[in-house]
Each structure stands twice: as C-alpha cells, then as structure tokens.
Design a protein around this ligand. Sequence first.
Ligand code: KG4
Ligand code: ZN
Length: 351
Amino acid sequence: MSGLDTVPEVPPDHRWNADSLILGIETSCDETAAALVLGGHDVVSSVVSSQIEIHADFGGVVPEIASRAHLEALNPVIARAIVEAGVDERRIDAIACTHGPGLIGALLVGVSAAKALALAWDRPYIGVNHMEAHLYSAFLEDPTLEFPLMVLLVSGGHTMLVEMRGHGDYRVVGQTIDDAAGEAFDKVARFLGLGYPGGPAIDRAALDGDPAAIRFPRALSDDPANLDFSFSGLKTAVVNYVRKHPDAGTADIAASFQAAVVDVLVAKARVAARQVGATGIVLGGGVAANSLLREELLGACAADGIRGFLPSREMCTDNAAMIAAAGWHRLRSDGPTALDAGAYPNLRLVG
Ligand code: KG4
Ligand code: ZN
C-alpha cells in the first residue's frame, strides 16, 4: 500500500510533489477519520472510526452526539494513522481537513484540530470540500484514469453527476431535486423496519427478493435529456404499496425499490457520459457500495465501450485518504488555506 519507505527524507522547502505526505482529517458527518497519503494517491495509512452504532438507536445521525463522538475519537484516530504509517510526525508536509459541506459542529471538531496541528507543527493547513474529495477516491486506486470522466456521486446527503474535465475542473450536470439516493435508502429501510443505516440493510434484504416483483416508478426517466434525479416519489410509492399490501414480502419490496433506484442512476449516468464523451464512469459516495449498482454500472459501461471504475467500498464511503488526496491537488493549484478560514456546512461543488 505504501511507497513511503522508497522515498528519501523530504527537505522542508520541498512540497506538493510526489514526495509530499499529507495528513487528511474527516469529521463532516458520522465517521471520524485520519489518513496519510503520499503524492496525492499513495495511501500510507487510513483509519476510520464509525459512529454508526452510536446513532443506530436514533435511526439517523444526531448532530450533537456526532460532534461529541468526534471530539473523543479524533486524537486517537490521528495518532493511530501516524503510528500505522510508521513515520515521525515531522515527516508530514501539510494537514488537509474537510471544511464543508457537513454538520457544523462535526466539521468544527476536525477543522479546529487541523489548524491546531498546522500551528504546532508549523505546516500548511488546507480546507477541503468533502464532495470534491469523493471525486478523488477513484484516483487513490487508479491514478491513471483519463479525463473527461463522468462521476456518479451518491451518498446520504448528495446525488450528483459530475463531469470531471481535469483536476479541479468540474461541472455538475445533474443532481437530486429532493432526497439523496442514500437518504431514500435510509428512509425506506426505516419504514420497512430494516434498521440503520438503510443502504446496506436493503442491499442485504434484496438478495432474497425478486427485483421484478413490484414495478415502482422510475422518476424522471421519461426525459433522457433531464439529468436531475428525484427519489421522494419513489419513497412515497413504497409507503403506499405497503399500506395497500400489508402482507407483501419485505425482501421483494427491498429488491424492487433497489432496482428502481439503480435503474435511474445507471440510465442517467450513461446518458451523461455519452453527452460529454467521457472515457468512463466512476462511482463515489456511500451508495457506491451497493452491489446491484456496482454490477449494473459495469454492465452498462461494457455495453457502451467505456471504462467503469468502482473504487473499493472503503474508499467509496467517508474516509480521510480522499481528503488528503484532494488536499494535495488543491495545494498544488491554490496553495494553503488561511488559518482564519472557517467551516462551511453548505459548501457547494464548484469547478
Ligand atoms: O458517503 P457516505 O458514507 O456518507 C455521506 O452521506 O456523506 O454515505 C452514506 C450513505 C447512507 O445513506 C447509506 O445508507 C448509504 O450510503 N449506503 C448504501 C450502501 N452502503 C451505504 N446504500 C445502498 N447500498 C449500500 N450497500
Ligand atoms: Zn461522504
């Protein structure tokens, strides 16, 4: 995983190249994570501490509890990332941290820690857009991906199609007009009593179900030029169906719901890729862990003669390696972030 032992000691003025070692920190939602990444893509260590169990009883992330849990977890997580990398902290060239979008209290825990380390170690701080970082998770596993790429970013908070024309050069070509795909998974799972987080629960339940059992609506799919998504109608359709058919099997409902979401995601990603002449489609975000989505996307890409790239599940879900990777690219293009910059809960993805 690491090429660290093969590179020479870095002189203090030698920065933002293949030898630059970036500490990434992520605390925007319910994962406390730290990672060390060399040269923007070589993952030296990556530690993720999930709060999923803490929030499970509440059926979703409770912001105040998330902030407190980040406070407790962050220092040990950073320490472990450094120990696992087997480096001295003086070897770290810069500290990158998610500064938005996300929960404000959660973001502030990471941003404050990152700035404190930047001051204590006399190293630059770089604030990273969490969504931009998700775009980079694919590059952690294949730095040779060729532009233009179409990235399908599907998480608990976002659903977007982003044309990536180069590093830092993006165009959002479609996004959800209501619920995010992950949010739809979470809400439907909760309604079906499958627990939290809903995506993996539906993924599992669907294995025993028939995806053709119920024909749920494929929102907006009638107009191929419209690359926006909508999932709230589908969620309502599931609720109405279950009320009308109380004896319907949960596995069939889960499989049919999942098929409806995946059909729309893949169909629109395919049209978007065609429109911009993309060399391939890349998945990102937590929902990218979905088995059916991974399978269908690869099939669609093969049929269209383009590349389908699926980062590993660890890199698709929130992690700090992607933050360090995006931070490395931002350092090269824009330089460090001022220490008086804040945290931005509603930060948008702008190319
Ligand atoms: O990117 P992520 O880890 O966190 C943010 O939202 O930023 O994504 C979490 C979302 C949750 O909604 C979760 O239910 C969904 O990703 N998810 C899945 C699967 N694994 C996680 N959705 C569908 N199938 C899965 N296997
Ligand atoms: Zn995320």
